[in-house]
Every structure is written in structure tokens, then in C-alpha cells.
Design a protein around this ligand. Structure first.
Ligand code: NDP
Length: 409
């Protein structure tokens, strides 16, 4: 195993201490500081305590999503090969679960059983519950990996790193895959549902909806729905294939995604922005352009891996055969930049931030964080592919020198 860098050795153990305060700070800055970066005052009593209602809502949501993953019919597919060449079966029922969730919540709201803005009103307490849960769940995952080690369990860096990074790659309860569940269900769907709840809160508070709110909620709902429509692609992602399931992924799934990706909608509840028509069209076009790149490139790679002879943009594909594994595609989207899919994702993220106008920097947190994440992720993947494919990867980098943005980076 490669020796971890100094940053990894020092930085990783600090994450559980640093990230929860950062998420609280973002919540506070929007909730009670008018979206300004510098908090006018801070007192520990400003932090939202967990409440029984928030606990019930959070627990009910988790149980509902777990039941849907366990019970809704869907095709079983084989995951990517593990280190020993075996593959794990996954039942893909996310698209159906999304519609069932929508029907259940929509029905409950129509019957008046569930106030649509209720979750948004409980955003602070829900955040505290989710943070607490992420630590408890990670503790369980830690023990699970020790008791039932799997192929990710050999990479031991010490107890704190093990807690943060996880002690097992694919912890399962029977056939219920915990990592797939947390990666996809409570957080991603929770993001979309919290957004809708924030939209309802804006309507309640201001008597009307701003076009910026409609735009950002619709665009992010599209992003989440697209994820479930192409659910099988998740089995090829870095997180599923290469990461152990520990605090870092768990916190990302149940806290980071639902509570920081909703930042724009949360901001717009307190600061409604009415965009001029040209801005609506421009932002929608940016989102659409980003989506075409993001989905087009991910799908193209997926199809290429299934059938390397399939034409790419009407031409025979430019293929780099590798000694160490599957071939690499060096034409189509993958001939423009080596992680062109990240560019698409970034353009969509930028579109979401732009819905909030330019009065405050805080709603741009997402695009700043996401750029850092994807630049780092590209470097990490580039190094991993360099190690895996050796000279064949170098040939690819010579043919396609751009990392993410053609002719720029
Ligand atoms: P990547 O899209 O970075 O996949 C990288 C892998 O693809 C490589 O390790 C290699 O795997 C294979 N590959 C690379 N180049 C080629 C090529 N030319 N031809 C064929 N295969 C190639 O995986 P990620 O999991 O990082 O990202 C997946 C998607 O998820 C991206 O679109 C990203 O934007 C998105 N994402 C979204 C996040 C969010 O919070 N919204 C967070 C992170 C990612 P191998 O050869 O081993 O198969």
C-alpha cells in the first residue's frame, strides 16, 4: 500500500472536527445572518438543538427509504469487479422508489397530513439530528468492518483514519448494501425533498414564488431524477468502487449533500431574487449545456465499456488498448478532456449558484467547494489510472492533454 501523504495523515483525522462546524456556520449565515459571510454575533445557543419532531422526521425518512430499497422490485445487476474478480449483486429500484416517494409525499401533502414547509422549518434541528446520526452510524460501520472484514479491510492506517475512511468497502446486511443505500437514498432524495419544502416555505412567507427559486429547485430536481434514471452508472463511480464506507462518506451522504446542496434554496427563502427573463434563459441554457456534457460523456464511456466497437459521434472510436485492463476511449467527449464529465457537472453547479444573483458570495459556496473537490478528484484519479495503466495511460495523456476544460486546464 502506498504511504499516505502528510496532508492525508494530518488532515483526515481533523475532518470530523472541522466539517460539522462548517455546515453549522453555513446554516447560521443563511438562517440568521442575511447570507453575509461574517457572522454579526455568535453564541453557542444559536446552534439548533435536535428536537423530537426532527428526530421523528429523520427516522421516518430513513425507514421509508430503507423499506423502498429493500422491497421495491427492480432488476438485479452485477457491480464492478472487486479485487478478487468477483462481483456483488445490486438491486436497482431507485427510479421506482423516487416516484413512490413523490406519490407518498405528494399524497400526504394534498390530504393535509404533512405540511410541505414543515421540513424546511425544522432545517436546523434536522441538521443536528443528521450530524449526530452520521457519527453513530460511522461507529456502527467501524465495528461492522472489524467483525465482518471484506476486501477493503486490509488497508489499515490507524484507528482514527479507520473511523474516518471506514473499515469495509461494501458493508452489507444480507443483500442490503449499506453504501449504495446511503450514497443514493436518504441524502440525494433528501436534498430534492428539502428543496421542495424550502420552496413551499418561500411561498408561505412571501405569498409568491420567485422565478429564481423555481429555477434552482427544478434544475436540482432534474439532477437528482437523472441520477436515478441512470442509476446503474453509480456502480462505476469512485465512491462505490474504491472508497471504504466510513465517517467521510456517511457524513457526506446524510449531512453534506442534503444540508449544503440546499444552500441556494435556503438563501432564496430569506432573500427572494426575481431574475430578468434574459437571466432565466441564460441560466437555463448553462444548466442544459452542462447537463449535455455531463450525461453525454458519462453515457458515452458506459456504452464504450459495454461495446468498445460501437461508433462514437458517428465515427469508429479511437481506442487505447491497455495491457492492464479494459480499453480507454480517446475520442468523442473523452477526446476533448480526460474528465470532461466534471466540466458538465461544474457548469450545472455554476448555473444553480447564479440563480441567487450577486448580492452575496455565500450562495457560491457550492461552486467553490465543488471546483476544489473535482480538481482534487481529477488529480487523484489521474494518479490512480497512471499506476493502473502505466505507459498506456501516458499515451492517453499525450493524445488528450487537457484534464477537465479543453484548451484551458
Ligand atoms: P470518474 O468519472 O472520474 O471515472 C474515472 C474512471 O473512469 C477512471 O478511474 C477509469 O476507471 C475510467 N476512465 C477514465 N478515463 C477513461 C477513458 N478515457 N475511457 C474509459 N474509461 C475511462 O468517476 P467519479 O466517480 O469521480 O465521477 C462520476 C460522476 O459523478 C462524474 O460525472 C462526477 O462529475 C460526478 N460526481 C458528482 C459529485 C457530486 O457531489 N455531485 C461528487 C463526485 C462526482 P477504470 O479504467 O478503472 O474503469
Amino acid at each position: 500500500m502506498a504511504r499516505p501523504s502528510l496532508l492525508t495523515r494530518l488532515g483526515l483525522p481533523a475532518l470530523p472536527l472541522l466539517l460539522p462546524p462548517l455546515v453549522y456556520y453555513l446554516w447560521l449565515a443563511v438562517h440568521s445572518n442575511d447570507g453575509a459571510l461574517l457572522l454579526r454575533r455568535f453564541d453557542l445557543s444559536d446552534l439548533p438543538p435536535p428536537t423530537w419532531s426532527a428526530l421523528a422526521l429523520f427516522g421516518g425518512w430513513l425507514l421509508l427509504q430503507a423499506a423502498l430499497q429493500a422491497l421495491v422490485p427492480g432488476p438485479w445487476v452485477q457491480g464492478a469487479p472487486l479485487a478478487d474478480g468477483t462481483r456483488l449483486p445490486y438491486r436497482l429500484n431507485g427510479w421506482r422508489s423516487l416516484w413512490i416517494t413523490g406519490a407518498l409525499l405528494g399524497g400526504a401533502a394534498a390530504l393535509g397530513w404533512l405540511p410541505l414547509a414543515g421540513a424546511a422549518r425544522l432545517l436546523g434541528p434536522l441538521l443536528s439530528v443528521a450530524i449526530g446520526f452520521s457519527f453513530l452510524c460511522s461507529l456502527y460501520l467501524h465495528l461492522h468492518g472489524r467483525l465482518w472484514p471484506d476486501q477493503g479491510s486490509a488497508e489499515r492506517l490507524g484507528p482514527v483514519h479507520d473511523f474516518v475512511l471506514g473499515t469495509a468497502r461494501n458493508p452489507r446486511l444480507g443483500r442490503f448494501d449499506l453504501k449504495l443505500f446511503f450514497e443514493a437514498r436518504p441524502g440525494l432524495l433528501g436534498w430534492a425533498v428539502l428543496n421542495l419544502s424550502l420552496l413551499a416555505l418561500q411561498l408561505e412567507g412571501h405569498g409568491q414564488l420567485s422565478n429564481s427559486m423555481i429555477l434552482v429547485v427544478a434544475a436540482q430536481l432534474w439532477y437528482v431524477a437523472d441520477y436515478f434514471l441512470f442509476e446503474q452508472a453509480i456502480l462505476d463511480t469512485w465512491d462505490i468502487r474504491h472508497e471504504n464506507f466510513g465517517w467521510m462518506l456517511c457524513f457526506g451522504d446524510v449531512v453534506w449533500v442534503p444540508f449544503t446542496y440546499t444552500l441556494q434554496a435556503h438563501y432564496l427563502v430569506h432573500n427572494p431574487v426575481q431574475l430578468p427573463a434574459w437571466a432565466v434563459v441564460g441560466i437555463a441554457a448553462l444548466h442544459l449545456g452542462g447537463y449535455v456534457i455531463f450525461r453525454g460523456s458519462n453515457l458515452q464511456r458506459h456504452r464504450f465499456r459495454a461495446d468498445p466497437a460501437r461508433p462514437v459521434w458517428g465515427q469508429p472510436p479511437r481506442v487505447i488498448h491497455t495491457a492492464a485492463g479494459p480499453p480507454l476511449l480517446a475520442s468523442g467527449w473523452w477526446g476533448l478532456a480526460r474528465h470532461i464529465n466534471y466540466l458538465g457537472d461544474l457548469l450545472m453547479g455554476l448555473a444553480w449558484c447564479l440563480t441567487c444573483g450577486f448580492r452575496r458570495l455565500l450562495p457560491y459556496f457550492y461552486i467553490i467547494y465543488f471546483t476544489v473537490l473535482l480538481v482534487h478528484r481529477e488529480r487523484r484519479d489521474n494518479a490512480a489510472c497512471g499506476a493502473r495503466y502505466g505507459a498506456d495511460w501516458r499515451r492517453y495523456t499525450e493524445l488528450v492533454p487537457w484534464r477537465i476544460v479543453p484548451r484551458v486546464y
